[in-house]
Write a protein that binds this ligand. Structure first.
Ligand code: BEZ
Length: 223
């Protein structure tokens, strides 16, 4: 199958278009598979909000099986999961029933129906000019104050990594707890980086050539 066979716009869509890291996540109320939900009711804990193109599609099904299997990992990090697509609530129900029967896992986090695209448009999950109403694979990491802290967008033909979602969440929580920065491929238990030095005196006083801008936090405390 070539890219051209995927729904028109699924590669061109400009997700997260209006929103930036640091913005307050737009509030909404909606019907979901677990009842009515309101985004602002999640204040006080982390939330990962994901959109998917459509129920009963292969990649989406693997993503939801993976998310449901990882649900306890998110819970342990005090992070709720919430999903959204344009499909109806009854489509979501039928899909979750199929997932349970076929894969032996129950998706217990809410999946929102957004038939009018009002939420998807507010979050830039569909491109405004697109005739195709399917949402892209957008992921928003929303902190306990309701602020968007990270976001990503994948095309319809590539599934997301649940492990990377959890790693991102771990990194966001770790940098909030301390004053460090999470380096590439950081994993829990590894040291964070310290913020680069701010004055020329600091720069000249640093031992190594790169020490003034690239140093693990534990190196600082041992100096
Ligand atoms: C999928 O989840 O497999 C999928 C969804 C929309 C378009 C193409 C693939």
């Amino acid at each position: 199958m070539t890219n051209h066979e995927f729904p028109a716009g699924s590669e061109r869509a400009a997700p997260c278009a209006g929103l930036r890291i640091g913005d307050l996540a737009p509030d909404f109320s909606a019907r979901s598979t677990t009842g009515d939900v309101r985004l602002s009711d999640y204040r006080g804990r982390w939330l990962v909000l994901v959109s998917h193109p459509a129920d009963f599609t292969p990649v989406c099904t693997t993503e939801f099986v993976a998310l449901a299997r990882a649900a306890e990992e998110f819970e342990r990090r005090d992070c709720a999961l919430m999903a959204l697509s344009v499909d109806s609530l009854f489509s979501h129900f039928a899909w979750l029933r199929m997932i349970r029967d076929r894969f032996g896992i129950e998706v217990r986090f809410p999946i929102i129906e957004d038939p009018t695209l009002v939420i998807a448009r507010a979050y830039g999950m569909v491109a405004p000019q697109d005739s195709d109403s399917a949402t892209v694979r957008a992921t928003f990491f929303i902190d306990p104050e309701g602020v968007i802290r990270a976001m990503s967008c994948y095309p319809a033909n590539v599934g997301r990594s649940t492990q990377e979602m959890i790693r991102t969440l771990d990194a966001l929580q770790a940098v909030d707890e301390g004053t460090g920065l999470a380096p590439a491929n950081w994993e829990p238990g590894e040291s964070l980086l310290r913020h680069p030095r701010a004055t020329l005196e600091d720069v000249f006083a640093a031992d190594g050539q790169a020490d003034w801008f690239l140093q693990h936090a534990e190196q600082e405390s041992s100096r």
